[in-house]
Design a protein around this ligand. Structure first.
Ligand code: ATP
Length: 363
């Protein structure tokens, strides 16, 4: 246990960080960063939320603020992501600034996209604001785009950045969870269950489009959890003919209630699939429902609050330990620190085992 203003404790944390990392990574940059931590004393940090909002961001902000204060740091909140940074829209946060927010969706710091930050001039402006306000480290809660912004800033200027993966899409490699994903899946499950009730009452086929950008995780998780007959995801080629054939077969067997969950990034998407089925199976009573932005809102689930709290806590530890320019993930229930340099979209295959489950259970 380390206590506020406990320099010995902080040094222990720092050394623990060095040794852990020496064993874990062979990344010379990390060692360089860790050594430079000896020179840089972190006294004041800032936190911002950027890109698309996701439920649980507030829990993450709370964790960063409370952990920072616990360790004797000053913590500033930057409004509206990088846009607010460029406009010097920041304020000092106290423990009570984050009271009663762990259960709230959205983000009290608001979020935005900022074109200017893509440019070196924009980032220079951002750095000058940080310097003027004596900010020694920055915690960025957002998606992979926000991490790229943080990486560029940290490469160009001496400002350590820590990322927290806040996105409902779970499309970042190196973490089993992203803040907001579980809530979005549960919101989709709740909606699909309700749709199944009405589909059942009228013997209808429902095509339900869920979010996820170019990743199919929300579709896969919500589809399995609601017993969907088909799940269409971008990671897997959609065989439309097979879907038509199986619907014909179900029609013949008088199985008239069917739920097809489609990821928005699938090659067909909800609308295309709806058109195709209307054209090929005109006798089926087919409806299309796009869940849309309800998946971004609402009170975060217990899991999202938990991971946001853990990640936020470890983000501050990273800054204290000199484990700079990483994003904090959780892999196999252990903290995983991925250098921002190596941030990549989680791509490609969804485990064959998962697809086998879908096929077996919907047969
Ligand atoms: P989501 O996954 O919810 O869309 P995101 O963080 O990926 O979140 P983006 O719109 O890609 O969302 O990025 C958010 C902001 O991060 C951008 O508006 C921009 O200010 C900054 N950003 C993104 N990419 C870069 C980059 N390559 N260089 C500098 N800044 C960037």
């Amino acid at each position: 246990m380390y206590y506020k203003n406990d320099t010995g404790g902080i040094m222990k944390l720092f050394l623990k960080g060095i040794f852990n990392d020496c064993f874990k990574h062979e990344d010379s940059n990390l060692l360089y960063n860790q050594l430079s931590a000896m020179k840089k004393k972190i006294k004041r940090i800032a936190v911002l939320t950027s890109g698309g909002d996701s439920p649980g961001m507030n829990a993450a902000i709370r964790a960063v603020v409370r952990t920072g204060i616990y360790y004797g740091l000053e913590v500033y909140g930057i409004m509206r992501g990088y846009q607010g940074l460029l406009e010097e829209d920041l304020f000092k946060m106290e423990s009570r600034s984050v009271a009663n927010i762990i259960q709230r969706g959205g983000t009290i710091l608001k979020s935005a996209r900022c074109k200017e930050f893509y440019t070196p001039e924009g980032r220079k402006k951002g750095y000058e604001v940080l310097k003027k306000n004596e900010i020694d480290g920055l915690v960025v809660i957002g998606g992979d785009g926000s991490f790229k912004g943080a990486l560029n800033l940290s490469k160009e200027y001496d400002i350590p950045c820590i990322g927290l993966a806040g996105t409902i899409d779970k499309d970042i490699a190196g973490t089993d969870f992203t803040i907001g994903f579980d809530t979005a899946v549960n919101t989709a499950i709740d909606a699909i269950d309700k749709i199944r009730d009405t589909a059942d009452a009228h013997d209808r086929l429902f095509i339900i489009e869920v979010m996820g950008r170019d990743a199919g995780y929300i579709a896969l998780h919500s589809g399995i959890a609601t017993g969907a007959e088909n799940i269409l995801i971008p990671e897997r080629k959609t065989d439309a003919e097979a879907i038509i054939t199986s619907l014909q077969e179900k029609e013949r067997r008088k199985k008239l209630v069917n739920i097809i969950v489609v990821a928005e990034g699938d090659e067909y998407g909800g609308i295309e699939l709806y058109r195709l089925i209307k054209e090929r199976l005109p006798n089926l009573d087919t409806r299309l429902c796009t869940l849309g932005h309800i998946q971004r809102g609402g009170s975060p689930t217990g899991l999202d609050r938990l991971i946001a709290s853990r990640m936020g806590y470890h983000a501050v530890e990273c800054l204290l330990e000199g484990r700079y320019n990483v994003f904090v993930g959780i892999l196999n229930n252990r903290m995983n620190y991925v250098p921002l340099e190596q941030v990549a979209k989680r791509k490609g295959r969804i485990a064959e085992e998962w697809m086998k489950v879908v096929e077996t259970l919907s047969a």
